[in-house]
Design a protein around this ligand. Structure first.
Ligand SMILES: Nc1ncnc2c1ncn2[C@@H]1O[C@H](COP(=O)(O)OP(=O)(O)OP(=O)(O)O)[C@@H](O)[C@H]1O
Ligand SMILES: [Mg+2]
Length: 324
């Protein structure tokens, strides 16, 4: 069942531009020069219930703009948006009961209050029954490990602590659909893991649908089966992450553990990435040389203890697509 239907969505920003300096500041009060920015050039996609979709693309591609429009924060210039049967910017009040939104870059908790107070506020706003509220809160406190600081005013929390608390605030009412705009920005490795586990767990347990934007490819690899890549306001890829991995790069990486030290690995279509006393790493262009040929060559010439074959890192693939 499609819970998000977007058709031909366009967003044009109109900003007024002025040169630096006091004279120009005064002048701009009388003469305004407008500049238009086509942030979204007619994008269309659907999202099914229970999906975790990675929305990725380079800086300025239009990711946040898309999230803002579909979460109802921003009007589009043109196009159709239907989310859970609502038109986000029209049915805003009813709509927000069904969604959760976290903007990694924006403060969203009440600054002077400890998160726990914000949570109680949300409880009242959304009319969450006491029992349900306590159960959910405890579950989230445990999973995100935030028990120690939910009584500290938000302004005194570290970036990562605040992010986790924000996520809880956005999800206490158990929304069907959650938009996360760079949720792992600035978090340490452990905090990132916790957050990802939380997203995965919630998705499994409640069938919650997630749309996530990120620049961290580990987020994508860990969470998303499907990715949508946007560049210059247009969707350049929408599909399976695995599929793009195999399609975009016809190469494999071989990690060989050697029993003897030996160099001079030379085979067409292969590049030695790293070589040490007890191992080497080789990149194979499978359009030129098959994996079987490489294996045969290794068996004939080397004594090795172990061998792993893997895909090149996702970062490399994405970079290639962005550059195109
Ligand atoms: N309020 C605004 N007024 C004018 N232009 C804007 C506004 N917000 C965004 N833009 C422009 O629209 C384009 C898309 O911006 P957007 O924030 O959606 O990008 P993004 O994909 O989220 O990038 P990033 O990865 O840097 O967060 C950019 O060129 C940006 O400068
Ligand atoms: Mg953004």
């Amino acid at each position: 069942m499609a819970i998000i239907k977007i058709k031909n969505l366009r967003k044009v920003y109109k900003t007024h531009k002025r040169e630096a300096g006091l004279f120009n500041a005064v002048k701009s009060l009388f003469v305004r020069h407008y500049e238009t920015k086509h942030a979204l050039k007619g994008i269309s996609f659907e999202v099914q219930k229970g999906e975790i979709v990675g929305f990725i693309g380079p800086n300025g591609a239009g990711k946040s703009t898309t999230i803002k429009v579909i979460s109802g924060v921003l009007f589009p210039t043109e196009g159709e948006v239907n989310v859970l049967g609502f038109t986000p910017w029209k049915d805003r009040v009813k709509y927000v009961e069904n969604i959760g939104v976290v903007f990694g870059q924006k403060p969203q908790l009440v600054w002077d209050l400890p998160p726990i107070d914000s949570y109680h506020l949300n409880k009242d706003i959304y009319g969450i029954p006491e029992k349900v509220f306590n159960k959910r809160l405890n579950y989230m406190i445990k999973l995100l490990d935030i028990g120690d600081f939910i009584k500290t005013p938000a302004r005194d929390l570290s970036l990562g602590e605040r992010m986790k608390c924000k996520l809880v605030a956005a999800m206490l009412h158990n929304p069907k659909l959650v938009f996360l705009d760079e949720p792992t920005i600035g978090l340490d490795v452990i905090a990132k893991d916790k957050l990802r586990d939380f997203i995965k767990d919630t998705n499994k347990r409640y069938g919650t649908t997630f749309i996530i934007t990120t620049h961290d490819m580990q987020d994508i690899e860990r969470l998303c089966k499907r990715i949508i890549i946007i560049n210059h306001g247009e969707i350049v890829y929408d599909g399976n992450l695995k599929h793009i991995k195999s399609k975009a790069l016809s190469s494999k990486v071989l990690d060989v553990k050697l029993l003897e030290s030996k160099d001079h690995f030379k085979l067409k279509g292969c590049r030695v990435l790293k070589v040490g006393k007890y191992g080497m790493k080789i990149k194979v262009d499978t359009n030129v040389t098959s994996i079987k040929k490489v294996m045969d060559y290794l068996v004939d010439n080397y004594d090795f203890a172990d061998l792993t074959i893997s895909d090149p890192p996702i970062e490399e693939i994405i970079k290639k697509i962005y550059e195109k």
